[in-house]
Design a protein around this ligand. Structure first.
Ligand SMILES: Cc1cc2nc3c(=O)[nH]c(=O)nc-3n(C[C@H](O)[C@H](O)[C@H](O)COP(=O)(O)O)c2cc1C
Length: 335
């Protein structure tokens, strides 16, 4: 049985996991209700379970997925996935192997996100049911540095298992291209970040709307030093050279802080955001949400993919799904 049939999906479109509070029940539930697969991503475990359950209610009987960043995943997150009836759990930032058997027992699919053929082989050997193949053009944290165009066919060639393709998906043509290259469905992040249902700060959305380029960096790496793609802001202008590299001493801070993710609760990282300033280069991975001070867009990570060059509006989830699934896009302009 193929991936769409197994989950009962109408469209081969998945909303990417977007952690830190961007993708709550309002966004994920709306994507699933529109026939795609909505995803609740990493947030403190108490909120996570409630958001998953709320997304399922909004989805009106259609499936909802969960996304977990391996260094921040706790047993309570996994229990919530099973209890709330997530159809699929996607891991990122690690294979997620230690959680596979519990999920399998509960009848929940477990996928790992990979950014190279080596990672794909390792995830399959560890027992992943399928893979999210993430190209280097993707927004947010990056598993590798190879573009989707070349990585996807190489991973597809490893065998017959479900493959979801992420990175650079903004419209219908992109979805057709990844399906033609052998993916079972397309994963879109930045397109769904730029919807009215996403909880990204309005100024963050505006910066993405106006952006003409992104930068791959490690700057926002205190607590989670994995490369990430962001829209430039005052912090990147102040601390990065032309190649997107921070000074050597600053990269050392990111590396030294890696164990923090395993011991500190997620809330601690969010609290850190309120103390960040452009001139003090201790930037954690949190992103600016509705309700945060407007100025925080200058010193927090404005995660977005290379599709910022082609995405210049904020639409409803319904319109975003339509643009991804219909050649002609939405019939009426969004209000
Ligand atoms: C705001 C934002 C937050 C993200 N957070 C996560 C996350 O928590 N977990 C994850 O697996 N991927 C995360 N990603 C990466 C996406 O899952 C996906 O790979 C990426 O958005 C695809 O590229 P696109 O933005 O060009 O569509 C994030 C991406 C963005 C833009």
């Amino acid at each position: 049985m193929d991936f769409l049939d197994r989950l009962g999906l109408e469209h081969p479109v998945v909303q990417a996991g977007m952690g830190g509070g961007v993708a709550t029940a309002e966004l994920a539930g709306a994507v699933s209700a529109a026939g795609g697969l909505g995803t609740i991503a990493t947030m403190p475990s108490a909120t996570f379970g409630a958001q998953l359950a709320a997304a399922r209610r909004r989805a009106d009987g259609r499936p909802v997925a969960a996304n977990l960043l391996v260094p921040f995943a706790r047993p309570a997150h996994l229990r919530a996935c099973v209890q709330a009836g997530a159809a699929l759990v996607v891991f990122h930032g690690g294979i997620g192997r230690r959680w596979f058997s519990d999920l399998r027992e509960a009848g929940v699919l477990a996928f790992s996100t990979v950014g190279s053929v080596e990672q794909a082989r390792a995830a399959l050997a560890a027992g992943a049911d399928g893979l999210v193949v993430q190209g280097a053009e993707a927004g947010g944290h990056l598993m590798g540095d190879e573009p989707l165009r070349t990585l996807l066919p190489r991973v597809r060639g490893l065998g017959t298992f479900p493959v979801l393709a992420a990175g650079g998906v903004a419209d219908y043509r992109d979805v057709v291209a990844v399906l033609d290259a052998g993916a079972d469905a397309a994963v879109a992040g930045t397109r769904f970040l730029m919807t009215s249902e996403s909880r990204a700060h309005p100024l963050y959305k505006q910066r993405v709307q106006e952006a003409t380029r992104t930068v791959r960096t490690m700057l926002f790496g205190v607590g989670w030093p994995l490369a990430h793609r962001v829209v430039p802001n005052a912090a990147t202008d102040r601390w990065l050279n032309e190649a997107g590299e921070a000074p050597l001493w600053l990269r050392g801070v990111g590396r030294a802080s890696a164990p923090l993710a395993r011991v500190l609760p997620l809330r601690a990282g969010n609290a850190m955001t309120s103390r960040q300033r452009v001139g003090v280069p201790l930037f954690g991975p949190a992103l600016p949400l509705v309700g945060m001070p407007a100025a925080s867009v200058d010193w927090t990570a404005l995660y977005a993919g290379e599709t910022v060059r082609r995405i210049d509006d904020i639409v409803s989830v319904r319109d975003a799904v339509e643009r991804l699934t219909s050649r002609s896009g939405p019939s009426r302009p969004s209000s």
